[in-house]
Write a protein that binds this ligand. Structure first.
Ligand code: GRF
Length: 185
């Protein structure tokens, strides 16, 4: 059955684009019904529109996070989205949203969870001196970067890596892993 997806993105949108690319190549039986952003100038919005996907930004007030989440939840429901795909969504969701879509929210994080949760995981990996890192697709629960793990990919950390070179190596794997995890839902 075709998976009905809604995407939340704050920025560049390369993971979203990788998913959409596989949908268009018919290697992923899914459809993105709606992309929402908390940032009106997120490049992800323009990318979505060039693919004919309904893309909207909604106002985000950190002092009233549930206003965004209620509006986003209503729009995602109205568009018929079953799975909610976090693709570089840089806001922490409250239990309100997570319970509303319980077990149906996916995130990708650029580390081998449970290592290096939170911000700058690639920098955390370099500082820790690990020899391998990677990325994780997991279900979202109220604890940050903590839900059940659906898929992981490993990359080596090389001696002269910078945050940028390691991030790029991990990102290549993210673009393969996220569509694969959605395919296996
Ligand atoms: C990715 O590294 C993802 O793992 C993290 O934020 C970044 C988003 O990149 N959650 P993009 O917007 O998908 O290009």
């Amino acid at each position: 059955m075709t998976a009905s997806l809604g995407v939340l993105a704050s920025g560049r949108g390369s993971n979203f684009q990788a998913i959409q690319r596989e949908i268009e190549a018919q290697t992923l039986d899914a459809r993105i019904h709606l992309l929402l952003s908390d940032r009106p100038n997120a490049p992800a919005l323009d990318i979505a529109r060039t693919h004919g996907i309904d893309a909207r930004s909604l106002p985000y007030d950190p002092a009233n996070r549930q206003a965004f989440e209620r509006a986003a939840g209503d729009a995602l429901d109205a568009a018929g989205c079953h799975w909610i795909i976090l693709a570089g969504f840089m806001r922490i969701l409250t239990p309100y949203f997570i319970e509303r879509f319980a077990g149906r929210i996916l995130n990708i994080h650029p580390s081998l969870l449970p290592a290096f949760k939170g911000l700058h995981p690639q920098r955390q990996a370099l500082n820790a001196g690990v020899k391998f890192s990677g990325c994780t697709v997991h279900l979202v629960t109220p604890d940050l970067d903590d839900g059940p793990i659906l898929a992981q990919a490993v990359v080596p950390v090389l001696p002269h890596d910078t945050e940028d070179t390691l991030s790029a190596r991990i990102l290549t794997e993210e673009h393969r892993l996220y569509p694969e995890a959605i395919r296996n839902l």
